[in-house]
Design a protein around this ligand. Sequence first.
Ligand code: PLP
Length: 616
Amino acid sequence: IKGWGEPYFSVNEVGHVMVAPQGDRGGSLDLYDLVEALQERDIALPLLIRFSDILKDRIERLNASFAKAIARYNYAGTYRGVFPIKCNQQRHLVEDLVRFGAPYQFGLEAGSKPELLIAIATLEPKDSLLICNGYKDHAYIETAILAQRLGHNTIIVLEQVDEVDRVIEVSRRLGLEPRVGIRAKLNAKGIGRWGTSAGDRAKFGLTISEILEAVEKLTAAHLLESLKLLHFHIGSQISSISVIKDALREAGQIYVSLARLGAPMGYLDVGGGLGVDYDGSKSTFHASKNYNMQNYANDVVAAVKDACDEADIAVPTLVSESGRAIASHQSVLIFDILGSSDVTVAPPSPPSPDEPLVIRNLYETFQNIQANHLQEVYNDAIQFKDESLILFSFGKLSLTERAKAERLFWACCHKILTLLETEADIPDELAALEDHLASIYYANLSVFQSAPDTWAIKQLFPIMPIHRLQEQPKQKVTLADLTCDSDGKIDQFINAKNVKRVLELHQLQPNCPYYLGMFLNGAYQEIMGNLHNLFGDTNTVHIRLMPNGYQIEQVVRGDTMQEVLGYVQYDADDLLENLRRQSEQALRHQRITLEESKRLLKNYEQSLRSYTYLAP
Ligand code: PLP
């Protein structure tokens, strides 16, 4: 928790997770107590808690890092960050972000037409930048140019070759000069999952010859004066600082070349990519990064200054589009565990001499397990288990005998695993035993709705209990979600610089809730989440730290069943009417009593108004 959680998350002396939403500059609150208090207010789990102060702190840190770097390198320009709305478009979050960012003229980046609509209406038309990325048709371009009339500092970034002609045509028609940027396809390669965001085959951006073509077209249209910005984005979650440095060197040269070609320029937008240390290892592993925010800001400032100084060109205003680094930490998903399924391993009793040979062999294998030949006995156990399955298929083993063979096999595995704990060198095959014997904990959530990247791209998020942390967790566990989909599980967990397949959790206690938190998941997950099996949006609360505790600023109720059914075009009244008709018919044929039918209709009606997740 120190690695990924500092300065926001820690553990207190009673074993609860503590949240310090203002980092090391403010007070903290007990996350377990908060979850209990929210449930007392009928705000059910799963629950997304957004700590608005963390969002504020992230914006302040990013701006402070650039301010420090600018001072350190005597950089003659400024920094104007923008938040890429795609990272989390939720209204309350974007409004908070604009409010907290106002002192730093922190702007917004839109990547589509609907995001442009959010940005224009939410941002104060002042100095903050409004960067217009993504595919653009005439309506997009026209809206962006007209928004300049309101005082918005819009910059239309040309990402495709044909957008150049479109921008020229719209600006001619409106008689207004646009502010334009160009996104370069850098040769510098990205790294990791989003590495293909850069390079010749990247989806967005102009190659060097396309950039020159665009400059020629703008010049011919007397619009070169409107070219103000160079943008690049080499992918999200860049884990290695050297990759960022390479990109900056290349982009710096393109920037000075454009200035030399006569474009006024003024802005260099380094895109997103500033990573988040999900596993706390501070390494180049994909769930981590080997640099901090200050290193990043220093490198951006130093590289751009070097390129401009060498070319004797005025330094630009620096822009970054950091999404993940701003939005990840502020939200924590809390969910409860509904039950478990364990591989039960009772000590086996000796078989009688007339039991099938395969059972007697398995028992003998069990007895022979010793530390110095674990792989060998494991191979034997597997062979006898396979044999028992074949015998069963040919009718040579009864159901009871097959069950006995199964239990003996698991008893062998369990004994091997216990002895393995003292071994220094564990063969791969045996290492997998731990996964086979892990319990499954059933989690009250849908990974497709709340953490889609864990499924789609095997993204790792820190997951841990938020209480009982003074007890050693001894149960090795994987998590299964509520969906009827075998992909609906989490079986990859952070483990300094690599991945582990099981998570150590506490044994469940009867009638005691067990709460887990998934941390750092405030970026991309909410909007990428889908309605698989019709599990809807979770409840969300916004919490602000107060001098004497906290304040619940917003409660955004999760979807009801009626709402998710509406998304797939079912009308609640029609459904109810169908059910009423069915129960009238059943009443006529005396298949149901009036009492039962009333009760069924009442349940149905109540369900329509209820949360899609399970009640404890
Ligand atoms: N800018 C652009 C153009 C992007 O495509 C993205 C996301 O990949 C971002 C900014 C945000 O990146 P990140 O969340 O890594 O900061």
